[in-house]
Every structure is written in structure tokens, then in C-alpha cells.
Design a protein around this ligand. Sequence first.
Ligand code: MC0
Length: 139
Amino acid sequence: LVTAIDHVGIAVPDLDAAIEFQRRTFGLEVAHIEVNEEQGVHEAMLRAPGDASGATQIQLLAPMRDDSAIAKFIGRSGPGLQQLAYRVTDVEAASEALRAKGFRLLYDSPRRGTADSRINFVHPKDAGGVLVELVEPAQ
Ligand code: MC0
């Protein structure tokens, strides 16, 4: 089902401060920054300097609205690991295969993720307490 670990997402209160922390402390570089209005997040993808394109990235997620998933997560748990994203070749097929096994998917059909990827999520209560994102990268 899964072809790679796409990214690990960290909920942060302040995107610029979190980018600076990761850069100065660990030497990670910004690969991509965007706003996702539907998800209510301002986000950055980071990678280690030597990584090939397609390697696992670190995603920093800052809330843009009080009613966003990230604002709610930080309000309850504080900043920290929020999601684990698996890369798949066909998010609809992967979602359907998991639904058929009884897993709850959060969306009936895929939504737009980072860099025009197509995404869905497995409910954290069905995945060992981890919010699992399925990511089909843009062609
Ligand atoms: C909530 N729970 C989590 C969790 N969020 N457990 C692990 N990891 C998380 N991230 C737990 C709660 O503590 C609670 O446990 C239970 O799940 C149900 O909580 P709830 O209050 O009913 O649900 P909400 O309102 O907190 O919503 C949780 C849910 C939501 C996962 C449904 O966050 C959601 O829709 N997430 C998908 C969208 C998202 O995360 N977007 C931001 C990233 P107890 O034991 O207290 O019952 S956007 C993104 O990721 C993009 C752009 C991309 O990568 O391309």
C-alpha cells in the first residue's frame, strides 16, 4: 500500500520561529512554503541538506484560524508531532482498501494537500493513536 514515508508533521504556534529553530539547531533547509486555506494552515516542508528529492520531509504546521485542526491540536496537546504521512500511488484506491478493512477515513473523497497532492487521513483512534495521512503526490 505504502511506497514511502512522505513526511512527519509537527504542529507549531509560530511558523517563522519554528523554521528558524530547525535551521539553527539541526541545519534543516526550507524546501517549500505554502498556505492551505481549506486546512487553515501556514506550512513549511523542510529537509536535510544532503537529501535527495523525494526523501522524507519534516512538515511544520501553524494554525491560521482558531477552528482549524492544528489550533485544536495545540490547544489540547500543545506543540508537537501531529501526523505521520505515508506516500501512496493512488489515494482513492488506498482509502478504499483501508475502508474495506473497517478503518475510518476522515474524508469521503480526497482533498488538496501540499503542492497539489491529494490526501486523506485514517482516524487516529483506528491507527494506534497516530493520525495517518495518505498522500498521492501531484504528477
Ligand atoms: C486528535 N486526536 C489525535 C489527534 N487529533 N490523536 C493523535 N494525533 C492527532 N493529531 C485524538 C484526540 O486526542 C481524541 O482522543 C480523539 O482523537 C478524537 O478527538 P476529537 O476531539 O473527536 O477530534 P478532533 O476535533 O480533535 O479532530 C481530530 C481529527 C482532526 C483527527 C479528526 O484533527 C482532523 O480532521 N484532522 C485531519 C486534518 C488535519 O489534521 N489538518 C491539518 C494538517 P481522546 O482519547 O481524547 O478521545 S493539513 C495537512 O496535513 C496538509 C496540508 C498536507 O500534509 O498536505
